[in-house]
Design a protein around this ligand. Structure first.
Ligand SMILES: Cc1cc2nc3c(=O)[nH]c(=O)nc-3n(C[C@H](O)[C@H](O)[C@H](O)COP(=O)(O)OP(=O)(O)OC[C@H]3O[C@@H](n4cnc5c(N)ncnc54)[C@H](O)[C@@H]3O)c2cc1C
Length: 293
């Protein structure tokens, strides 16, 4: 199928994109990498009267800013995957990006588009919640910084207000010694995930768990933050097969994934236990090695 007719405007800055969005009203939509929007337009699931192309609105080079990694909205998934700055400051984001779609999708798709699209199976929303990241937004009333945990609301729905654009995503730089892991279950390379697990672990001097962050994705309406559940089992204790499996069981009980084409809800629920256990053990092993990949 072909998209319905639409007008096109290119923005050369984020403020101009906001202005064009205001002028276009409800019928206007932002176009970034086009990897989600264009297929939806081809299927006529989206029929915008005006596309505002933001590819000229800013740069797409991640950078460090006082203890945080700032990833501009136009950063391509492939840049996230390969950037030395990202791999050094926040390797879990590079790992998560490497699971997205295929090489063609990763070369066009952007982090701004991924967070605005808010697919519950998206790798980046799941890792951003685990990382306690935030989304920088610009709109008619100025800039807002929204915690990732509040940004993703439900299926394909975010805290973005009409007329607002995502300009960047920011996450704390991963301290040396912090262990991390991002794992997912897919049927075939390039498929959307059936289950995702993102884990971050800090160990104390005795090798016990000082802090754990745990998020699962693709199994609900938005990323599910299970850090409290994980902490209740692991805090001040050792992370081993038994304790990681116990967190896995609790995680599995906390979610209720719907049936999907490639896996029933019951199967995916079982797999949450498996992937949570593996992610915790992998993150703990990295923490034990000083966070090295
Ligand atoms: C074959 C295929 C496989 C894929 N597999 C995966 C996968 O495994 N995991 C995954 O996470 N994704 C996957 N995707 C989607 C891909 O990651 C997209 O790149 C991403 O979802 C959207 O980014 P984009 O830049 O292409 O946004 P676009 O498609 O241009 O836009 C998507 C939506 O976000 C809005 N938007 C875009 N940028 C902004 C902005 N800066 N501010 C406000 N709104 C904005 C648009 O208006 C639109 O509503 C796949 C896509 C394809 C085609």
């Amino acid at each position: 199928m072909y998209p319905s007719l639409f007008d096109y405007a290119g923005a050369t800055s984020w403020p101009q994109a906001v202005q064009l969005l205001q002028e276009g009203g409800e019928e206007a939509k932002v176009l970034a990498g086009g990897q989600s929007l264009v297929p939806m337009m081809a299927l006529r699931l989206a029929t915008p009267a005006l596309l505002i192309d933001v590819n000229g609105a800013g740069d797409g080079e991640p950078r460090r800013e006082s203890g945080r990694l700032v990833v501009p909205a136009l950063t391509r998934h492939a840049t996230l995957q390969r950037s030395v700055v990202v791999r050094d400051a926040c390797p879990i984001l590079a790992e998560a990006a490497s699971w997205i779609g295929n090489i063609r999708v990763r070369h066009r798709g952007t982090i701004g588009g991924s967070v605005a699209h808010a697919d519950p199976a998206g790798e980046l929303p799941c890792s951003l919640v685990a990382l306690e990241g935030a989304v920088r937004v610009l709109g008619p009333s100025g800039e807002r910084i929204i915690a990732a945990s509040n940004f993703f609301q439900t299926y394909f729905t975010t805290a973005l207000e009409p007329g607002e654009v995502v300009t960047a995503v920011e996450v704390p730089v991963i301290a040396s010694g912090r262990g991390w892991a991002f794992l997912e279950l897919i049927r075939r390379v390039g498929d959307f995930a059936l289950v995702e697990a993102a884990a971050l672990i800090d160990l104390d001097d005795a090798g016990q768990c000082a802090r754990v962050r745990l998020t699962v994705g693709a199994v609900g309406e938005r990323p599910v933050d299970l850090s409290d559940e994980a902490g209740a089992v692991l805090q001040n204790g050792s992370i081993d097969e038994a304790s990681a499996a116990e967190v896995g069981r609790r995680a599995s009980a906390a979610v209720d994934p719907p049936d999907a084409v490639h896996g029933s809800g019951a199967y995916r629920r079982e797999m949450v236990a498996v992937y949570v256990r593996r992610a915790l053990l992998a993150a703990a092993a990295r923490a034990g090695r000083g966070g090295a990949a």
